[in-house]
Design a protein. Structure first.
Ligand SMILES: NC(=O)c1ccc[n+]([C@@H]2O[C@H](COP(=O)([O-])OP(=O)(O)OC[C@H]3O[C@@H](n4cnc5c(N)ncnc54)[C@H](O)[C@@H]3O)[C@@H](O)[C@H]2O)c1
Length: 260
């Protein structure tokens, strides 16, 4: 039997990057996957790909910052599939700016998408999970939620808030058999980082990331599969860092042999 054969898994940001690959890998492990994205075409494309590969999936167009839409979404999932076992919030944005250069509107936008949506997901998934005996919530946070880098004020604030929500939920609902963890990637090769390629990307990785390879969406999706599985039953309230050692190192600035 595959790992998630009898599970219903919902993933936001399912139309692109880490969300899309997570949908595909959970489906390959037998899950019924609810592909959630604000973009109806990309959500449908992910679900169609899963169906074509023999898996089970359905696409949902949801703006995860809209409270009514989120409440309706979870009710729809339960009406359609009878339960929700795993909810993985992946969708997010990653703007730049300091306390001075970030407009209040831009600040509210990143907090709404990267933090409020995590609250709404927990608020409306948990009652259904409790009725069904438990569940797993995963939130894609990022190392910036632990420690910010320069010029990322709004993003760091939103992700730190998302991590705090993760820990609070883990504590409040552990006795309901609900686990809640954050996945904290470093730099991942996804469409979010389009435009930051070639030499500039290599220089960034050489400077900050000890592991000598690019972290891929699969590294994050594999982590999600483990955390959602029963093998991780004792892990809750944690920030699981998947960053090739970046967050562990100070002042790495690796120099290639033979280069000045
Ligand atoms: N790529 C990285 O290096 C990296 C590192 C750390 C953390 N993260 C975080 O990972 C998450 C996903 O990153 P990615 O690289 O896979 O991004 P991506 O840009 O490839 O995909 C994001 C998806 O979210 C969807 N989306 C945007 N707004 C939405 C909304 N309001 N409602 C529903 N869906 C919406 C988009 O349509 C898109 O399909 C983000 O939260 C990001 O902050 C990314």
């Amino acid at each position: 039997m595959k790992r998630f054969e009898d599970k219903v898994v919902a993933i936001t940001g399912g139309g692109s990057g880490m969300g899309k690959l997570s949908c595909e890998l959970f489906a390959a492990e037998g899950a019924t996957v609810c592909v959630v994205d604000i973009n109806p075409e990309t959500a449908a494309a992910t679900a169609d790909g899963i169906l074509a590969a023999g898996g089970r999936a359905k696409a949902w167009t949801v703006d995860i910052t809209n409270e009514q839409a989120m409440e309706r979404f979870f009710q729809d999932v339960v009406d359609t599939f009878g339960q929700i076992d795993v909810f993985f919030t992946v969708a997010g944005i990653s703007p730049t700016g300091t306390a001075v250069t970030t407009s209040y509107e831009a600040f509210r936008k990143v907090v709404s998408l990267d933090m409020d949506s995590v609250f709404l997901g927990c608020k409306y998934a948990i009652p259904h999970m409790e009725k069904h005996g438990g569940g797993v919530i995963l939130n894609l946070v990022g190392t910036y939620g632990i420690r910010p880098t320069p010029n990322k004020l709004g993003y760091a604030a939103a992700k730190a808030g998302a991590l705090a929500i993760t820990r609070s939920v883990a504590i409040d609902f552990a006795r309901s058999n609900i686990r809640c963890n954050a996945i904290c990637p470093g730099f991942v090769n996804t469409p979010l980082n389009t435009g930051f390629e070639g030499e500039a990307r290599q220089r960034f990785l050489d400077t900050y990331q000890p592991a000598p390879f690019e972290i891929q969406a699969k590294d994050i999706a594999d982590t999600a599969l483990f955390l959602a599985s029963d093998e991780a039953r004792a892990i809750t309230g944690q920030a699981i860092v998947v960053d090739g050692g970046t967050e562990a190192s100070l002042y790495l600035n690796y120099k290639r042999p033979g280069k000045s």
